[in-house]
Write a new protein. Sequence first.
Length: 403
Amino acid sequence: MSNQNFNDIQIGTKTVWAGEKEVLVHGASQVPVVVSVAYTYDDMDAWFDVAIGKRPGHIYGRNTNPTVQAFEDKVRVLENAEAATSFSTGMAAISNVLHTFLKPGDRVVTIKDTYGGTNKIFSEFLPKLNIEVTLCNTGNHEEMEAEIAKGCTIVYLETPTNPTVKITDIERMAKAGKAVGALVVVDNTFATPINQNPLQLGADLVLHSATKFLGGHADALGGVVCGSNELVEQIYHYREINGATMDPWAAYLLLRGMKTLKLRVEQQAKNAMAIAKYLEQHELVEQVFYPGLETHVHHDIAKKQMRGFGGMLSFSLKGGMDTVRVVLPKLKYANRAANLGAVETTYGPARTTSHVECTVEERKALGIPEGLVRLSAGIEDTEDLIADLEQAFQSLSQASLRS
Ligand SMILES: *Cc1c(COP(=O)(O)O)cnc(C)c1O
């Protein structure tokens, strides 16, 4: 693992150059995809030394791989961390982190609005292991502080959340977690390291679904976690045995995608803000959720801890799902799909995507209207995305005039 921190350069330069140099071979300027499952040694003592970790090198692909290490090192530099380790998916990162540090009798304090899969771990799998999980109302900092103060092993945060982009004050919750000796973990998938660095706000671990913004092209799955050497070594040990290893081809695609991370995220945030403002004034729109809007409940916290407000927003339309059924298919420059963070603008109803596992009542309790649409802004030209929404809305008013 490289110790180079690139402290003297800006984050956009880091996305291009960090993590790659050590893996280059034969004068190539691009990272090779090393597909070898195992590594061969003529010297029995050298082999042994690598195997026991006394000298650097690779033994077996479930443990380490040069292409995967280049990916890990790039994310490590972007999150200003000592160490990073990676996984086959974002959910593998989340479940491996939780299982590394939790044992029966422990307690987790988290928010109600975590990603659907994460929420299933909290509501279904951890209780089976006799691990108590307390789900606080997202954005209610007093409630969360009171729950943390009762004692816990892990404080688990995700900010902004999916799909109503609620914000939690990371610095404040990290302080509360530290006071009771808890590990503070933050899912930084929606913000990306371009907009937010949770470790600098006091968190112990930051993790990502690399499938989303980091890769940015919706063509590779992956997960990654960053933190201190001491914590990441323990997570790595759990993962090397558990086997949720990142594939070297995925690592290559994610590395390639990350070189343009800053450019993409800036354009996505610009588009998201313009679309949010457009939607906010439209007569067909009921509600818009975007942390960059001054009307957002947590705009001040977002402004304090984020450098940009990100590419994710959501909105509900008058007439609920009946309107959504007509409007979404009319969009020309949109994927209607379950993913997010890609270069293409992507729309999806929350009840079909992030909250498909919930009942109507559960969605209502979470403040998610049935007709809520999640929008992941792509990197297209802003004017075209607005015009696309405009023509979709117009065809709806024409359709309703005819009927
Ligand atoms: C998608 C997502 C995950 C899960 O990542 P996968 O790569 O799909 O396993 C976790 N957290 C957030 C916020 C996500 O958007």
